[in-house]
Write a protein that binds this ligand. Structure first.
Ligand code: GLN
Length: 487
C-alpha cells in the first residue's frame, strides 16, 4: 500500500513494526504535494524543512525505543487561520499576507506534543467566510473528485488535502459548517466537537461564540484518535471546558449501535434537497435500522430561520473581531495616507475581500442602535428557540441524523454571484453551531456523477464518544472509508 492510501492507524502500525520511517512517510507526502497540488491548490504554504526535521526527531525516538505520542510521525495539514509560530498564517486574506505569528495556537502545541508533523497550511475562504473556498485572496481549491467542482468551504483546502492523499490528517475550523460541509463534498470524515472541547486559543477569530476546530480524516477511527490528541481544558481560552474528559474515544468504538435511538428532523429533508442525496441518506437510515437502531422523525420548525440567525450572529461577532485589522497592529498597511482615519480606511479597503466586507457591513448594521432590536435581539431569541428544540429532541433521541448539505459539490463559479444561494448550502449545519453541539459528517454514497455525498450525525454536548461509535458502525456497514480519488 502507498503511504497516501494509508490511514493514520496504518501508518502508526507501520512505525510500530518498523516497516518504514517517519522521514520516508513525510517525504512521500511532500513529493505528492509538489507533484499534484498545482492541480488541487489545497495548500497556501508548505513546511518542508520543518516537517523533515520533525520526522527525524520521531525516527530518533523510535530508534531509542521511546514513546512517540498518540499521533507520532503523522503528517498534519492545518487550516491557515490557525496560528503557527514562525510559519506564515494568512487566513487567506491580503490583510495578513505576510503575518508570522509569534506563538503557537494551543491545538498546534497539542499536535506537536502528540508527535504530529506539521506539513503545511491550507487554503480557505478568507477569514473562514464562505462555503466553497472561492473567497480566498490567493487561489481557488479544486475538489479532488472532480477538479471542475468546489471542495466546499471554508476549510476546503484541509478537506481537499486529505481527499487528495496529501496528508492523512487535517485540521479545520467550523463556525457554521466549515468542517462538515467540505468533508461531505470531498468524501471524507469531518468532526465539529462540542463548543469548548477544543481550545480556540490561537485560532484567528471569525465568530467567537460559534468557532470550533476539529479533525478531517479518511475514516472515523482516525477522527477519534485525532480528537483525543487535541481536546482538553486550556487556561488560555476562558470558554474551554473546565474539567477533565476521561473518555477514550477510540476504545470500544466498535461497540455497535443496538438500541440506539435516532431522531430525524423532517424539515431537513424538504425544500430543495437533491434527490440523490435524499436517496443516499435514506439508504443509510435503513442500514442503521438493520444494525439495531430505532429511527423516528421529529419536527425542527426553526430550520430556515436558523440560517438567518446564524448570519446575523456570526456577522455581528465578525464585525467586532475584525476591527483589529487596522494597518497599525497587524499585517498589511497602505502605502500612502493623510490621517489615521485615512490609514485605517485605505488599509481595510485594500486588505479585505468582498465577502469579508459584506459580513462586516452586515454585522455593524445589525448591531447599530435602532436596528439592534429588529435583528440582533431577534436572532438571540431564535437562538434560544433552537437550543430548546435540540434540548427536547436530544432528551428523546441519542443522536440526530440529516444530510450534511442539501446540494452536491457544484461547479467552480456557479454560485459566486449569488451569496444567498451559497449560504443555503449550510442550512443543516449552522444550527448545530448555534447550539454548541458536536456533529460529524461521514461519506454515505456517491451521486451518479461520482460526487461524494455526506451524512450528518449530531450528538448531545460532550457525547462525542457515542457519535463516533454510531459513525463507525455505519462506516463499516457502508464500506466507504479510506477511499481516495485517482487524478
Ligand atoms: N459557510 C458558512 C459561512 O460562510 C460557515 C463558515 C464557517 O463555518 N467558517 O459563514
Amino acid at each position: 500500500m502507498k503511504f497516501e492510501d494509508m490511514s493514520i492507524q496504518d501508518i502508526l502500525k507501520g512505525y510500530r513494526e518498523k516497516n518504514f520511517s517517519a522521514r520516508e512517510v513525510t517525504q512521500s507526502y511532500i513529493e505528492k504535494i509538489s507533484k499534484y497540488d498545482s492541480d488541487v491548490n489545497a495548500f497556501i504554504s508548505i513546511n518542508e524543512d520543518g516537517a523533515i526535521r520533525a520526522a527525524d526527531r520521531i525516527d530518533n525516538k523510535i530508534a531509542k525505543g521511546e514513546d512517540i505520542g498518540l499521533l507520532g510521525g503523522i503528517p498534519v495539514a492545518l487550516k491557515d487561520n490557525i496560528s503557527t509560530r514562525g510559519l506564515k498564517t494568512t487566513c487567506a486574506s491580503k490583510i495578513l499576507e505576510n503575518y508570522i505569528p509569534p506563538y503557537d495556537a494551543t491545538i498546534v502545541k497539542k499536535l506537536n506534543d502528540s508527535g504530529a508533523i506539521i506539513i503545511g497550511k491550507t487554503n480557505m475562504d478568507e477569514f473562514a467566510m464562505g462555503s466553497s473556498t472561492e473567497n480566498s485572496a490567493y487561489k481557488k481549491t479544486r475538489n479532488p473528485w472532480n477538479l471542475e467542482c468546489v471542495p466546499g468551504g471554508s476549510s476546503g483546502g484541509s478537506a481537499a488535502a486529505v481527499a487528495a492523499g496529501f496528508a492523512p490528517l487535517a485540521i479545520g475550523s467550523d463556525t457554521g459548517g466549515s468542517i462538515r460541509q467540505p468533508a461531505s463534498f470531498c468524501g471524507i470524515v469531518g468532526l465539529k466537537p462540542t463548543y469548548g472541547l477544543v481550545s480556540r486559543f490561537g485560532l484567528i477569530a471569525f465568530a467567537s461564540s460559534l468557532d470550533q476546530m476539529g479533525p478531517l480524516t479518511k475514516n472515523v477511527k482516525d477522527c477519534a484518535l485525532s480528537l483525543q490528541a487535541i481536546q482538553g481544558e486550556d487556561k488560555m481560552d476562558s470558554t474551554s471546558y473546565k474539567g477533565t474528559i476521561t473518555e477514550n474515544y477510540v476504545e470500544n468504538i466498535d461497540e455497535g449501535i443496538s438500541g440506539l435511538k435516532i431522531g430525524v428532523p423532517k424539515e431537513f429533508f424538504q425544500n430543495g434537497i437533491n434527490n440523490e442525496i435524499y436517496e443516499s441518506v435514506y439508504n443509510s437510515i435503513r442500514l442503521l435500522e438493520k444494525l439495531g437502531a430505532t429511527v423516528e422523525e421529529f419536527s425542527f420548525p426553526a430550520t430556515e430561520s436558523g440560517l438567518s440567525a446564524y448570519y446575523i450572529i456570526s456577522s455581528a461577532e465578525a464585525s467586532s473581531n475584525l476591527a483589529r485589522y487596522d494597518g497599525i497592529r497587524y499585517g498589511h498597511r497602505t502605502d500612502e495616507y493623510e490621517s489615521i482615519e485615512d490609514l485605517i480606511v485605505k488599509t481595510r479597503t485594500e486588505g479585505f475581500g468582498q465577502e469579508v466586507k459584506r459580513r462586516i457591513m452586515l454585522g455593524t448594521y445589525v448591531l447599530s442602535s435602532g436596528y439592534y432590536d429588529a435583528y440582533y435581539k431577534k436572532a438571540m431569541e431564535l437562538k434560544n428557540k433552537i437550543n430548546l428544540t435540540f434540548k427536547d429532541a436530544l432528551s428523546k433521541y441519542d443522536i440526530l441524523l440529516s444530510p450534511t448539505s442539501p446540494i452536491l459539490p457544484f461547479p467552480i463559479g456557479e454560485k459566486t454571484a449569488n451569496p444567498l444561494e451559497m449560504y443555503l448550502s449550510d442550512i443543516y449545519t449552522v444550527n448545530i453551531n448555534i447550539a454548541g453541539l458536536p456533529a460529524i459528517s461521514i461519506p454515505c454514497g456517491f451521486s451518479s456523477s461520482r460526487l461524494p455525498i455526506g451524512l450528518h450525525l449530531i450528538g448531545n454536548h460532550f457525547q462525542e464518544k457515542k457519535l463516533l461509535q454510531a459513525a463507525f458502525s455505519l462506516e463499516q456497514e457502508l464500506g466507504l472509508d479510506s477511499r481516495i480519488p485517482k487524478f
